[in-house]
Design a protein around this ligand. Structure first.
Ligand SMILES: Nc1ncnc2c1ncn2[C@@H]1O[C@H](COP(=O)(O)OP(=O)(O)OP(=O)(O)O)[C@@H](O)[C@H]1O
Ligand SMILES: [Mg+2]
Length: 272
């Protein structure tokens, strides 16, 4: 005969746990604001040992990790979930990414605007841009930042009525991608050319402008140059964003150019 033990806490015990978590949070807020909590007869709170910034409770952090994961799964990019800074090559600048993430966590703790708001990751096809940006997202989500991934073209599609997954309304799509702590906007202006619709331009400018105004950091990957190169038919990012917005974006940004060959190219070129 097997005996199973019901470990579900009783309703009163659950209530006490919730109260305990609430009072711990209140004590942290009081401490943060310089209050002398010894007057309250409460023992000093230990520093969180799990790398989370202090205002994030463990269930909230778990929920945020899931939101990041779901955004990667929605993009069918599950293969990038396992990447960590240690897996990146030097040309993907793991130290720059790591230092920037540290600065974002510091700013979040202080409820301040990050010193450098944006990360621009340009580079040729297949050089490892998305992997680098997703690595940053994986590490950020693990540290309690509400982080989301979306491909620029997908965002534009989802902003059309009744086009987003999970029964999301178009306004909910904008809200979550504007409000998340950190956004990875992959393939900026990827499938656009000079005939890009007014809708695409307006939506792109709106998203980026809203995030900059609110002081929310964003990572942009792109195959494009900032400006059209002489003699090249390829447009530049400026052709969609306009000079004013590109200048605002660049005025507070790290540039991580990922150089190198196309990692997807077969060792022996296919002859067909
Ligand atoms: N440091 C790495 N170690 C091993 N594999 C990697 C690394 N970085 C990227 N890759 C792999 O190389 C391939 C191309 O990487 P990635 O998708 O990041 O390129 P990309 O620059 O975003 O390409 P695109 O321009 O098509 O968007 C992927 O299969 C990815 O898993
Ligand atoms: Mg990519």
């Amino acid at each position: 005969m097997s005996v199973t033990t019901d470990t579900t806490p009783s309703a009163p015990a659950r209530g006490m746990n919730a109260l305990g978590a609430l009072s711990e949070h209140l004590v942290r807020v009081l401490e943060k604001n310089g209050a002398d909590i010894s007057q309250l007869g409460v023992p000093p709170q230990p520093e969180p040992s799990d790398g989370l910034w202090e205002d994030v409770s463990v269930p909230q952090a778990r929920a945020r990790r899931n939101m990041w994961r779901n955004s990667i799964v929605d993009a069918a990019h599950d293969e990038y979930l396992a990447f960590r800074f240690d897996h990146l090559d030097d040309n993907q600048k793991p130290n720059t990414l790591r230092n920037w993430l540290d600065s974002l966590i510091e700013a979040k703790k202080l409820d301040a605007r990050p010193g450098t708001l944006n990360m621009i990751v340009p580079g040729p096809i297949g050089s490892g841009k998305t992997a680098a940006a997703c690595t940053l997202g994986n590490e950020a989500a693990e540290r309690g930042l509400w982080t989301l991934f979306v491909k620029h073209a997908t965002y534009l599609t989802w902003r059309r009525p009744d086009s987003a997954p999970h029964n999301m309304k178009a306004w909910e799509v904008r809200k979550k991608f504007v409000e998340c702590d950190l956004l990875v906007l992959d393939e900026l202006c990827g499938e656009m050319d000079m005939t890009a619709t007014e809708f695409a331009r307006r939506e792109t400018v709106d998203l980026i402008d809203a995030r900059i105004s609110a002081g929310r950091p964003t990572v942009y990957t792109t195959n494009l140059r900032s400006r059209r190169q002489p003699g090249s038919p390829a447009m530049g990012v400026v052709d969609i964003l306009g000079e004013r917005l590109l200048s605002r974006l660049e005025s507070s940004a790290h540039l991580v150019k990922v150089v190198g060959p196309d990692r997807r190219a077969p060792a022996k070129p296919l002859d067909w």
